[in-house]
Design a protein around this ligand. Structure first.
Ligand SMILES: Cc1cc2nc3c(=O)[nH]c(=O)nc-3n(C[C@H](O)[C@H](O)[C@H](O)COP(=O)(O)OP(=O)(O)OC[C@H]3O[C@@H](n4cnc5c(N)ncnc54)[C@H](O)[C@@H]3O)c2cc1C
Length: 400
């Protein structure tokens, strides 16, 4: 699937930088729309990506739109509930259409979908800098080791994830620092097979301002990690150790298990902040545009969605013979339409900073079917998490 720098053409319609969910989703729709698409990634595929590997309902919907849901679910561990656990050990199991699939497999499936649609993938190949003419991006300099080539194109879709280097090189970074950091490892533990079968998310003073998780993969393998959204420096490994100390299931999992991959950290960019969304000739998509949710750190679904928005904005402009300004206005409006949801997740991030709120909300969840239904609505995006943290939300919390 990985073509080499020597095979790179001199021109294409759209260059997509980054073959994660955002880039591959964009490349798929663009290629299906009849455009000549070059997809590049600095890593040869399949490649690993530090992630919790949890697929929440928005990811299921996006994968269905791409025609990939059956293939993904053929390899994923299906999960029926998120298990939310408060500092005092209050637990609410919230139903939802969920799954876990390591990113090495998921991203290869989505990338292969783009190739089946007609995109060409070149990797390892690194985006170095845009080519510019009269202030417009007209291509990119791409490198592998010492070798460097220029590729000219109509548009660049920058879907380079949470690492800021490509954003900075493209002149699109409004801030270099990530919004948060998280760390995860894979543990195999036969004794825990079937005992942890939900997406377990745990809040506790010892892991504030973050949370811990255990997500079950197939074959008695578990993705276990901690994450936090804060500007302050954090010792994630200390948080991880605290998590495996205070949460009995995490303690047992790690003590009796075998590390398949030791804990490894990565940045997150959230809340549609930290980057400009477009400039003439270039659209920024996925986590590079901050498309991951604060509070939960879920971002696969929204990365897929924003990648598809970038593709649709380009295809629509082509069909209507519109200019750069129209493409940018359309794309930015699509992202702005998602903004209120991100704002509410940002507000819900209070729970991470003040874990006693989780005690309160989950205690109510144990007592009210309607509160549990609203939590389920947060997962499937029919209700907003931030509403739980407004004056009205608090009122409803205690009256429903
Ligand atoms: C520890 C952790 C746990 C998480 N858990 C979850 C979870 O359970 N569920 C969930 O939905 N989300 C989770 N997320 C968030 C999720 O990982 C991101 O939202 C998602 O990966 C964003 O997809 P993307 O396509 O925008 O970027 P990425 O998946 O990061 O893909 C970007 C691609 O661009 C390539 N690239 C970067 N720079 C260049 C360059 N200069 N040239 C060429 N290629 C380049 C990279 O190699 C990479 O392949 C988690 C994140 C972390 C860090």
């Amino acid at each position: 699937m990985n073509l080499t720098i020597d095979q790179l053409p001199e021109h294409c319609d759209v260059l997509v930088v980054g073959a994660g969910p955002a880039g591959s989703a964009a490349a798929t729709l663009l290629a299906r729309g009849g455009l000549d698409v070059v997809l590049v990634d600095q890593h040869a595929f399949p490649r690993d990506k530090v992630c919790g590997d949890g697929l929440i309902p928005d990811a299921h919907r996006a994968l269905r739109r791409l025609g990939l849901l059956d293939e993904v679910m053929g390899q994923a561990q299906p999960v029926t509930h998120a298990g939310l656990i408060s500092p005092r050990g209050i637990r609410v199991d919230v139903p939802g259409t969920l799954a876990v699939l390591p990113r090495r497999i998921l991203d290869e499936i989505v990338c292969r979908g783009a190739l089946r649609a007609g995109a060409r993938m070149f990797a390892p190949l690194r985006f170095v800098a845009p080519l510019e003419e009269g202030g417009r991006v007209v291509g990119a300099r791409l490198a592998h080791g010492e070798a460097e080539r220029e590729l000219r194109c109509g548009w660049v879709v920058l879907a380079s994830g949470a690492q800021p280097q490509a954003l900075i090189a493209a002149g699109m970074a409004l801030r270099q620092q990530p919004s948060g950091v998280a760390l995860r490892g894979y543990v195999r533990n036969e004794a825990m097979r079937g005992r942890i079968d939900k997406l377990e998310v745990v809040w506790h003073r010892a892991v504030a301002p973050g949370y811990g998780w255990i997500f079950p993969c197939r074959d008695a393998v578990f993705n276990v990690g901690v994450g936090a959204f804060t500007e302050h420096d954090l010792n994630l490994r200390a948080l991880f150790e605290a998590f495996t100390r205070i949460y009995p299931a995490a303690r047992e999992l790690v003590a009796g298990g075998q590390w398949l991959a030791p804990p490894k950290g990565a940045p997150l960019r959230t809340s549609l902040t930290g980057a400009r969304f477009s400039r003439p000739g270039l659209l920024v998509s996925g986590e590079a545009a901050g498309s991951t949710y604060a509070f939960t750190g879920e971002g696969i679904g929204k990365a897929l969605e924003t990648g598809m928005h970038a593709a649709e904005a380009l295809l629509q402009a082509r069909a209507r013979a519109q200019d750069d300004a129209a493409v940018r206005a359309d794309y930015e409006a699509r992202l702005e339409a998602l903004a209120p949801r991100f704002t509410l997740y940002e507000r819900a991030n209070w729970v991470n900073r003040h874990p006693w709120l989780a005690d309160l909300v989950l205690w109510r969840g144990t007592r009210s079917e309607r509160v549990r239904r609203r939590m389920s609505g947060v997962l499937d995006e029919s209700s907003n998490p931030g509403q739980l943290l407004t004056a009205k939300g608090f009122y409803r919390l205690f009256t429903e």
